[in-house]
Ligand binder design. Structure first.
Ligand SMILES: N[C@@H](CCC(=O)N[C@@H](CS)C(=O)NCC(=O)O)C(=O)O
Length: 214
C-alpha cells in the first residue's frame, strides 16, 4: 500500500505537477479520479470532506490531506532530497519561480487552455484577453531559458516541474506550436522529458476525460 493518494482529473496540469514529481522521486500513488467536469468540487459535501478551497489536486500523504502544489512540491523535494537546488540562492530562485508560475504562467495558462479547449462556446473577447496575457508570460519564460538548461542553473528543480506542467499537454488544447513560437521553451521541455522516469500527462493521469472542443 502506498502512502500517497492523489485526487485529480486528467486535464489538470496542477495534478500532473504532483503525479510527475512523485514519479520522478520513485514514489507510487493511488489515483483518485474526481468528477471535476460534473461539478463535484463545487459541492459543499466534497469541500467539507476533501478540500474546503474547492480545488484539485489534493494529495493524501498518509493521514494528512495536502493542498496547493507549490508547498507540496517543496515538501516532497525535501523528503526525497531531489529537485530542491543546491544552496540558499537556488532556494530563493526556486521560490521566486514557483510564485511566478502559480500567479502568472499556470494561473493564466490553465484558465486560457480550459476556456479554449474545454468550454463549449468561449467568448472571443475573453479568450483574446487571456491569450495576450499568456503570450507575455511565454515570452518571458522563453527569454529566461535562452541561455540556461533549466529554470535555475544547470539542474532541474521543482520550479521546472511546476512550470512545465501545463506546457506538456497535447498542443491542440492550448493551441501553441512551441518549437515554432517559443524554441527555448520547447528545447527545455525536451530536456525535462528526457529525465529518467518522465511520463506524459495523460499517461500518468488516466480515466474519463472532459469533452474537448478543439
Ligand atoms: N494554486 C493551486 C491551484 C489549483 C487549481 O486552480 N486547480 C484547478 C484545477 S487544475 C481547480 O480546482 N480550479 C477550481 C476553480 O478555480 O474553481 C495549486 O497549485 O494547487
Amino acid at each position: 500500500m502506498t502512502r500517497y493518494r492523489l485526487h485529480y482529473f486528467p486535464e489538470s496540469g496542477n495534478s500532473y505537477k504532483l503525479a510527475l514529481m512523485l514519479t520522478l522521486c520513485g514514489q507510487a500513488f493511488e489515483p483518485v479520479w474526481t468528477d471535476f467536469g460534473g461539478g463535484v468540487t463545487r459541492t459543499p459535501a466534497w469541500r467539507a470532506a476533501v478540500n474546503p478551497m474547492g480545488e484539485i489536486p489534493v494529495l493524501e500523504d498518509g493521514p494528512e490531506r495536502l493542498t496547493q502544489t507549490a508547498p507540496i512540491l517543496l515538501r516532497l523535494s525535501e523528503r526525497y532530497g531531489k529537485f530542491g537546488g543546491t544552496d540558499e540562492a537556488d532556494r530563493f530562485e526556486v521560490l521566486r519561480w514557483l510564485f511566478w508560475d502559480n500567479h502568472k504562467l499556470t494561473g493564466y495558462m490553465a484558465t486560457y487552455r480550459y476556456y479554449r479547449a474545454f468550454t463549449p462556446s468561449p467568448d472571443s473577447v475573453v479568450q483574446a484577453y487571456l491569450k495576450r496575457r499568456i503570450d507575455d508570460y511565454l515570452g518571458i519564460l522563453d527569454t529566461h531559458l535562452r541561455d540556461r538548461a533549466f529554470a535555475i542553473g544547470d539542474k532541474p528543480t521543482v520550479a521546472d516541474i511546476s512550470m512545465m506542467a501545463y506546457l506538456s499537454f497535447p498542443k491542440n488544447e492550448a493551441g501553441y506550436d512551441l518549437p515554432v513560437s517559443h524554441p527555448s521553451i520547447a528545447a527545455w521541455l525536451s530536456r525535462l522529458a528526457a529525465l529518467p522516469g518522465w511520463q506524459a500527462p495523460y499517461d500518468l493521469l488516466p480515466g474519463q476525460r472532459l469533452r474537448c472542443y478543439v
